[in-house]
Design a protein around this ligand. Sequence first.
Ligand SMILES: [Zn+2]
Length: 424
Amino acid sequence: MKTARDLVDFVNASPTPYHCVAEAARRLEAQGFTRVQETDAYGFEAEARRYCVRGDGSLIAWRGGRRAPVDAGFRLVGAHTDSPNLRLKPRPAKSKEGYLLYDVDVYGGVLLATWTDRDLALAGRVMVDVDGRLERHLVRLDAPLARVTNLAIHMDREVNDKGLVLNKHQHLGPIVGLSADGDPRAALYARLAEAVGTSPERIRGHDLCLFDAQPATLGGQDDAFVFAARLDNQAMCHAALTALQVAQAGEQTAVIALFDHEEVGSGTARGADGTFLEDVLLHLAGGAEARSRAIARSALISADMAHAVHPHHPDLHDREHMPRLNAGPVIKTNENQRYATDGETSALFRALCLDAGVGFQEFVNRPDLACGTTIGPISASRLGVRTVDVGNPMLSMHSIREMGGSRDPAAMTTVMAAFLGGAR
Ligand SMILES: [Zn+2]
């Protein structure tokens, strides 16, 4: 339960991928990790604790092994920092029918109906012109600021039978206030400027996300559950981070890679289909040939949340591969390689669980239904590394408020820590 409580704190500190990376960096520095810049020349140092950030949304951290990567390989854990949400457009506000609205775009596969009638706050990055230089600032406005408002049922009598249908262009702009004369952006820019200590006319750009103002919490009978936004996939970022901090020093170099942009396909400069991890491993191995030899000795746990069985929809799962909450990590297998798991890598993960006394579960998507995917197959094909796709079970994936078990975070962390420490 201690790990689940710490996960709640981590999620509450991380309303956006940028804040997730900043919180991860803060925790790493408290444990003696130091930051290297991508512009630095750096290489392998035995037992050195380092981390590197790309684009404010992706982070790779490592602890050098006792032996060089070419001789001992890497132990890698991957996860993603981003979650589906609503984001402000470049022209972020407009007036309509006497209301002031934010104008929003949809990031990733948002479960849209869950964003209605929630108290929404705002966080992200603001770019500010300071004496001819562009500075990036994190910003977080915790006050309930905006609301995607439902119609009264009297005006939509069929909604309970037909479901809530929201057009992404027409129906999502949240109400922020009542419109006044002048530029509808003025109040927002004044607030952002105040938050980052500048003046509104110096703001040159922003990446701003709406988030649920209600904090994450443990809940349910006996606190069996975690109720939180962004469990997919901050729960696995938290497990990877905690595992790296507690793992014993091994011969292999332990690496965690937390990527942005998984929810939109990973094909970006800082996504899992970009060069970030390859670049870091090239530095650590000390050259392309050494890296490919190191990779041949390496393995990757790709960690992304998994679908627990839903009590009202058990038929959507394969009966023999039906994960439950608080029953341990889920190994995800798909013969069409939507997951990178194979018999060899799943055996490694099962062996790690058995060694640690941690229960594990199996997930296979019903072959007649479309299967999701994650960073596992992308990292596996970019690096050529043996990979297993795993995740903790959860419900309400991509809802504004998701639900997981409160005992699973510690179980996954234990297994990852054993792996990063070189077990097996
Ligand atoms: Zn995910």
